[in-house]
Design a protein around this ligand. Structure first.
Ligand code: 13P
Length: 250
């Protein structure tokens, strides 16, 4: 069975005290009833402290970005080994905010994916179309293209460490979600694209998360769809009660 995952992308929110406070609130929640892997992605400066304060919690830590190089003169950047050394298990690669605001290209994201896997970091690879692309009915082609350019240089065995997050850009932070049916049809498409490139086994094993205005009141319906294996949550992950409710939606 595929791993079901609910991940909180804290984006550029929460200073150190706030991050530890949010973590402590999450630690009080009993996630053991939900058969879900719970992941949180604090900002770089708080990864170490959050990891140090996990204690016996099963929550896993993700970074929100990674640099594609090993080390050297890349002022302001964070290497795969640095992330690994502070307890990071996952990295988010290709978030639409990185693609749009920081001009991260498919080619760069492909390099980041290789670098992460080399250091035994698992990847949450984000794909998703913009509003005009959806209106022009191009969303199926857009996500296929993003997969091909960002991930399809990886081998089948490397793909075992990749989770895909489908995040339609028009649904991020807007309060507008894809309907459960819209999520299902594109997740199924993504799985078919994976099957064609690799094999049915890889396609069936790959967790595909939905992201974009997931809230406690819509998570259950979306997660109920057969090709939706969890969620990547932005705004609602900053509130422990909301995030816990979303986790418990499984
Ligand atoms: P929201 O849940 O705030 O729409 O953000 C989704 C997201 O971008 C997660 O990576």
């Amino acid at each position: 069975m595929r791993t079901q995952i609910v991940a909180g992308n804290w984006k550029m929110n929460c200073n150190l005290d706030e991050s530890l406070h949010l973590l402590n609130e999450l630690k009080l929640k009993d996630f053991s009833k939900a058969e879900v892997e719970v992941v949180i992605a604090p900002t770089f400066t708080n990864l170490y402290a959050v990891h140090q304060n996990l204690n016996d919690s099963s929550i896993k830590i993700s970074s929100q970005n990674i640099n594609e190089n090993e080390e050297g003169a890349y002022t302001g950047e964070i290497s795969p080994d640095m992330l690994k050394s502070v307890g990071v298990e996952y990295v988010i690669i290709g978030h639409s905010e990185r693609r749009a605001i920081y001009n991260e290209s498919d080619e760069l994201l492909a390099k980041k994916a290789t670098a992460a896997l080399k250091h035994d970091l698992k990847i949450m690879f984000c794909i998703g179309e913009m509003l005009d692309q959806r209106k022009a009915d191009k969303h199926f082609d857009v996500v296929k293209d993003q997969l091909e350019k960002g991930l399809f240089h990886l081998s089948a065995s490397e793909m075992e460490n990749v989770v895909i997050a489908y995040e339609p850009v028009w649904a991020i932070g807007t309060g507008e979600t894809a309907s459960p049916e819209q999520a299902q049809e594109i997740h199924e498409h993504i799985r078919n694209v994976l099957a064609k490139k690799y094999n049915q086994n890889i396609a069936d094993q790959t967790s595909i998360l939905y992201g974009g205005s997931v809230k406690p009141n819509n998570a259950k319906e979306i997660f109920a769809k057969k090709d939706v294996d969890g969620g990547l949550i932005g705004g609602a992950s900053l509130d422990a009660n909301s995030f816990a409710e979303i986790v418990m939606s499984f």
